[in-house]
Ligand binder design. Structure first.
Ligand code: ZN
Length: 290
């Protein structure tokens, strides 16, 4: 039986190193279900989903993280957005053929990963790193090496088990108070963690995974957190967008189609506005301005 999508946090008691383990097969499936992506793009979104979930779990405050790929290849954009409640959504925009077995470079061309951290209160932070090697994992490792942050490693596993797409991963991070010896230990723990297989993340209980990887270590496991697909779109958000569009353009669409049909590219929800809705919006806007 498939496992529920969960995030597990753990701590190596003898060392100043923390860890995370996630398995997000259902969330992955929900992100893909309203779209018809080529297999290679599905894999890319899976890798981004795992990265976003693991990174969001390191937040010390309420907020969200967007991990976005931009390039000049056929995959123009691939993005996953997730918040501290582990609610995830994502989408890819493709313009041109993506052949089976395409590498990251072939899909994205000259590309970048943009990581945007948006606290609910406080200032937004953005980090950009060129795509390196042939996986999201390698590029994000480069991001952590470049930025002066705590040593952090991600392990991303996306694949298929019994014909079903699977996505899971792990993260290790040195704690702020760590001394020099922790860094050697960290390298050792990284080597152990690198042996994790996607099938193990997808099918095994967390305790079994931790025992297999770190049976000589004293590991404390914390209560899990649910990971789920959840889109944050709403009629109100569409109204705000409509209010920013040139009035003439809105009028043209209304005259031509009799309505404005806005589709959320993340979840496929439709929000329909007719002329009287738009008039109401304009009145509200005018009131705000005067
Ligand atoms: Zn939506």
């Amino acid at each position: 039986m498939a496992k529920q999508d969960l995030l597990h946090r753990f701590l190596f008691e003898q060392h100043s190193v923390r860890g995370e383990m996630i398995s997000v097969d259902d969330t992955f499936e929900r992100i893909l279900e309203n779209h018809d992506y080529p297999a290679a793009v599905k894999g890319l979104l899976g890798e981004l989903l795992v990265a976003t979930s693991l990174l969001t779990a390191t937040l010390k405050f309420d907020g969200d993280i967007t991990v976005q790929i931009q390039g000049d290849g056929p995959v123009k954009l691939a993005v996953i957005n997730g918040n501290n409640l582990q609610q995830m959504r994502g989408v890819a925009r493709i313009d041109g053929p993506v052949v089976a077995g395409s590498t990251l470079k072939q899909m994205v061309g000259n590309g970048f990963i943009v990581i945007t951290i948006t606290p609910t209160q406080g200032e937004r932070y953005q980090g950009i790193v060129a795509i390196e090697g042939d996986s999201i994992e390698e590029s994000i490792d480069a991001y952590f090496r470049q930025s002066e942050q705590l040593p952090t490693r991600l392990f991303i596993r996306v694949g298929e088990v019994d014909g079903k797409a699977t996505a899971g991963g792990m993260l290790l991070q040195v704690l702020p108070a760590a001394d020099e010896t922790s860094h050697d230990i960290f390298d050792h723990l990284v080597q152990l963690t690198a042996t994790i297989k996607g099938q193990e993340l997808s099918t095994l209980d967390v305790k079994e995974v931790l025992h297999r990887l770190y049976h000589e270590e004293d590991v404390t496991l914390y209560d899990p957190q649910t990971v789920e697909f959840r889109c944050t779109c709403s009629r109100e958000r569409c109204e705000s967008t409509l209010a920013t569009l040139p009035k003439e353009d809105v009028k043209d669409i209304l005259q031509k189609d009799g309505k404005i049909d806005m589709e959320c590219e993340f979840c496929g929800s439709h929000y329909v506005f007719i002329e009287s809705d738009i008039q109401g919006l304009n009145n509200e806007l005018n009131q705000q301005l005067h």
